[in-house]
Ligand binder design. Structure first.
Ligand code: SF4
Length: 164
């Protein structure tokens, strides 16, 4: 299976992609791949849900409520979390609160990019990775930005249980 086919499978799956404190490097890596299926994120009713500063009009409170009602999904997190909760907000909750709530119903959690893995370039400023923050099992794809192919491979594996 080639990269675009794997991405298409991922986009047709119940995946929630949340951006915490990040520069959007991982989102951009995925979006610049040029695969045809990417327009699903923005223009069609794909089950794949991206909540990011670059997801435009699909970033409102209503969309956030929809995301919080998801069950049995793969949670993908881009960006670090601050130890000081008030430094990162999504809508009317902190990034940490949102990610804690989502992590309770997620089948698997994948941290993409070094910021999400260990705090990355902002660790010295008091930010930590998702595993450290949640204290539970998290699959990790390091890199700054993380490789689009490695991210899609990790999500594909979490969705299908297959590596090919
Ligand atoms: S790991 Fe690098 S590309 Fe990803 S959010 Fe952090 S600084 Fe940006």
């Amino acid at each position: 299976m080639d990269y675009c086919e794997a991405l298409e499978t991922v986009l047709k799956s119940n995946v929630v992609w949340i951006e915490a404190q990040s520069c959007s490097g991982e989102s951009v890596s995925i979006l610049k791949s040029g695969c045809k299926s990417l327009e699903d994120i923005f223009f069609h009713s794909s089950p794949f849900k991206m909540f990011s500063i670059i997801s435009g009009e699909r970033s409102g409170q209503e969309y956030l409520r929809e995301i919080l009602q998801q069950q049995d999904f793969i949670l993908v997190i881009e960006g670090a979390l601050p130890k000081d909760e008030k430094l990162c907000h999504v809508g009317d909750m902190t990034c940490g609160e949102l990610i804690r709530r989502l992590s309770q119903n997620a089948k698997a959690i994948i941290a993409v990019g070094s910021c999400a893995v260990n705090g990355g370039v902002i660790r010295e400023l008091g930010y930590v990775g998702i595993k450290e923050y949640l204290g539970k099992q998290v699959y990790e794809v390091p890199g700054c930005p993380a490789s689009d192919k490695m991210m899609v491979a990790a999500i594909y594996y979490a969705v299908t249980g297959s590596k090919s």
